[in-house]
Design a protein around this ligand. Structure first.
Ligand code: ADP
Length: 730
């Protein structure tokens, strides 16, 4: 094993806080920091967009410039460096391509991101002193050509010989599909039969992502379930065949969330702070949210929220189908979002005043209040590569109701009424009645079995969705590609044993330093039970199917199961099983001064549509040419920007990513080599019913006590018939 650190170049079209339009920005903003904490050297390469805030551009240092060949062109490329939190960012500078008001949605995106990919590859020769790239980690179609260029144009140069490539799929619906004229004119690869063949996806088109899938040494996606789903025609968007062929190098690694920015104990944006040990603040948050949204302030009504793009992907067809039944059954619903289904949401809000609220806007601060104030979070996605919202909801003790797909399946453990295990309520098929049943399983539990409900909330809050777990899995993957590089984390100094007295040579080694002081978690005071529903509410609610009596056992000692709270020393403790067992109480809740939402970028209607371009995204959203037409989105901060058009790709911008301290017990899906496996065993176990369980087969026992079906069908989503579709134009 060499002493060399794993040196990773992470290429992404967006990275929070500089530029973010979606989950990719979150990942590129958080994962590199977690990788650094896991012992890697990381350089993140991002285009230097015109939208990056001066607070960053002013601090950038010019480190190199050179020219990049692109077909017959020779394009300037500058490298601008900025170091934040131990991560080096190198911004690829070319004003012709990147000095624009928003990152995507232009007629020449194919050329722009071909340039970016080539510039990233070329830049490996211009890295800071001492940085020798071991792994080039590319993300989504914008960087998909880098592994292709690397093998076709740079292979053979000693510097590139050792570079292994990883390609991560964040959403397979966006592939970068262009007319094949690009092959010659821009990529300069028409004369390379192998490349031309592997990039071609039909008679007239080439596909960037397809190229990456063939050329990369390893492929990942953002959840284990999505990893196998995309190998099926149903989810593979035409690339399932290649993915099946390359399944031996394909793995799914769950994203994490920023556990500092999303922390109910410290969140400055919510009405009252609370924690698993003291949930009283959550009640106050609920009442305040009901008041704010104009809902009846009643604790006997379960409040279910959605914070989402209002698109088909997010299951809005099911929602509009089932809302009458849900609302008339006594469940309050509040929706925050923009997109294709704004009108139906307004319709329900008008029809059920006091029971339904719709906020058609993007509002980060309100999203925090909704996560905190709700009882349930609905996410019935058609497909979901990973999904962040359900993890955020669980962190706030808001139980998710999700469809078992992609990352939702991997992160939400269904409630098992016999064991009390679970972190939410799930359903399998994309079917509005099944979704309604799942909602009422939750509502029934809320009404009828407060102890079981509280236990579920505790389970959900104890789940670990930190980036530490993901970073470890990526490190294992990198190590697989470079087994000669040791990735064992250095032991923190605090664990060093006291040196023995130099004179007295003891037979026994000096006693190790005491374990970090970790306090046994205080048994969480039993959460105050939700008030019994008022009689009228009960009357409205459907009669309960013969539900067995709730199990007492798991409820009796809620704190024991959920003792996985952390101390500042928990990272240390994580390596020590003894310390781990004591599952310390979190002592230093770092005040998470949430940053303003990262610069949310905007998609705009493309000024012109290049005849040559077409994206698979367009296919995915079914409205072909309109895919090119994306929406205007302003840089958003906490306040909402009502989009002029209905489509949006905006997402909550988490503040600083946090590498939280423990990893779940869920088995690593990466094919780690032996040394990394050893490392994995040092992870602390996750609470029994959380992530560890998430990937396990679903609990069979689910009560289905559904409400009476709606007497009236929901209005058809206007936008479904209209040709307008939301597209996440990347
Ligand atoms: P996707 O990336 O597919 O949109 P995710 O669940 O991965 O879905 O991430 C969605 C993120 O965007 C979450 O952090 C969610 O809180 C945030 N978000 C979505 N819509 C809104 C909105 N209207 N206002 C505030 N935050 C939003």
């Amino acid at each position: 094993m060499s002493d060399k650190k794993m040196q990773v170049v992470f290429a992404s079209a967006e990275a929070a806080p500089f530029v973010k339009t979606g989950g990719l920005g979150d990942v590129a903003g958080s994962l590199p920091r977690a990788l650094v904490a896991a012992g890697a050297d990381v350089i993140v390469m991002v285009p230097k967009y015109g939208t990056i805030a001066p607070e960053y551009t002013d601090r950038m240092e010019h480190v190199a410039d050179f020219y990049v060949s692109l077909g017959w062109r020779n394009e300037y490329c500058g490298l601008e460096r900025l170091v934040i939190d131990g991560v080096t960012y190198l911004f690829i500078d070319n004003e012709r391509y990147f000095k624009r008001d928003y990152p995507y949605g232009f007629f020449d995106d194919g050329e722009r991101f071909a340039f970016f990919s080539k510039a990233v590859t070329e830049s490996l020769q211009h890295l800071p002193e001492g940085f020798q790239c071991d792994v080039l980690h590319c993300n989504d179609w914008h960087t998909a050509l880098a592994p292709v260029f690397l093998r076709e144009f740079y292979q053979g140069l000693p510097l590139y010989e050792r570079v292994k490539t990883v390609f991560s799929i964040h959403n397979i619906a966006f592939q970068g599909q262009y007319a094949d004229t690009i092959l010659n004119d821009i990529l300069g690869m028409a004369h390379i039969p192998n490349a031309a063949r592997q990039l071609r996806c039909d008679e007239r088109s080439i596909n960037y992502m397809q190229g990456a899938l063939d050329y990369s040494d390893a492929i990942t996606t953002v959840s284990p379930s999505y990893a196998w789903e995309i190998q099926t025609p149903e989810y593979g968007e035409g690339l399932d065949g290649i993915l099946r062929r390359r399944s031996n190098v394909l793995s799914g690694i769950l994203n994490g969330i920023d556990t500092d920015a999303w922390n109910p104990a410290t969140d400055p944006m919510i009405h009252a702070n609370y924690s698993a040990a003291d949930m009283s603040g959550k009640k106050a948050c609920k009442a305040a949210l009901q008041e704010e949204l104009g809902l009846e302030v009643r604790d006997d009504r379960p409040l279910m929220v959605m914070v989402t793009r209002l698109t088909r992907q997010k299951g809005m067809d099911l929602v509009t189908y089932a809302l009458d039944r849900i609302l008339s059954g006594g469940v309050q619903v509040a929706v925050l979002g923009t997109g294709d289904y704004e009108e139906p949401m307004r319709y329900f809000a008008n029809k059920y005043p006091g029971t339904c609220a719709a906020r058609i806007t993007f509002d980060n601060a309100l999203s925090h209040r909704m996560y905190a104030g709700a009882d349930m979070f609905l996410m019935p996605s058609l497909f979901e590569p990973c999904g962040l919202s359900q993890m955020i909801a669980m962190r706030y003790g808001t139980l998710p109701v999700v469809r078992e797909t992609g990352g939702l399946r991997d992160t939400v453990a269904p409630y098992n009424q016999f064991t009390g295990e679970g972190t939410g309520f799930t359903f399998a098929n994309f079917n509005g009645d099944e979704m309604g049943d799942a909602v009422f399983r939750g509502a029934r539990l809320y009404w009828d079995d407060h102890a079981a409900w509280d236990q579920l909330v505790q389970n959900a809050m104890a789940a670990d969705f930190s980036w530490v777990r993901s970073a470890d899995e990526y490190m294992n993957l990198y190590h697989n590609l470079h087994p000669e590089i040791d990735i064992t984390k250095p032991e923190p100094a605090v664990q060093e044993p006291e040196p023995a007295e130099p004179v007295a040579v003891e037979a026994e080694p000096a006693a190790p330093a005491p374990e970090p002081v970790v306090t046994e978690a205080e048994p969480a005071p039993k959460t105050e039970q939700a008030a019994e529903p008022a009689d009228d509410a009960k009357a409205e609610a459907p009669a309960k199917a013969d539900e067995p009596a709730p199990k007492a056992a798991p409820v009796a000692e809620p704190a024991k199961k959920t003792a996985a709270k952390k101390t500042t020393a928990s990272k240390t403790a994580a390596k020590k099983p003894a310390a781990r067992k004591t599952a310390a109480t979190k002592s230093t809740a770092t005040k998470a001064a949430e940053k303003p939402a990262a610069k949310a970028t905007a998609t705009k209607p493309a000024a012109s549509k290049a005849a040559a371009t077409k994206t698979t995204a367009a296919k995915a959203t079914a409205t072909k040419a309109t895919a090119a037409k994306t929406t205007a989105k302003k840089p958003s901060t906490a306040s909402a920007t009502k989009t002029a058009t209905k489509s949006t790709t905006t997402k909550a911008a988490p503040a600083k990513a946090a590498a939280a301290k423990t990893a779940p017990a869920k088995a690593s899906t990466s094919k780690a080599a032996t040394s990394s496996a050893a490392k994995a065993t040092a992870k602390p176990a996750a609470p029994k019913t959380t992530a560890a369980k998430a990937a396990t087969p679903k609990a069979a026992a689910q009560d289905s006590s559904a409400a009476t079906p709606a007497d009236k069908p929901a209005p058809k989503a206007k936008s479904v018939s209209a040709a307008k579709r939301t597209t996440r134009k990347r």
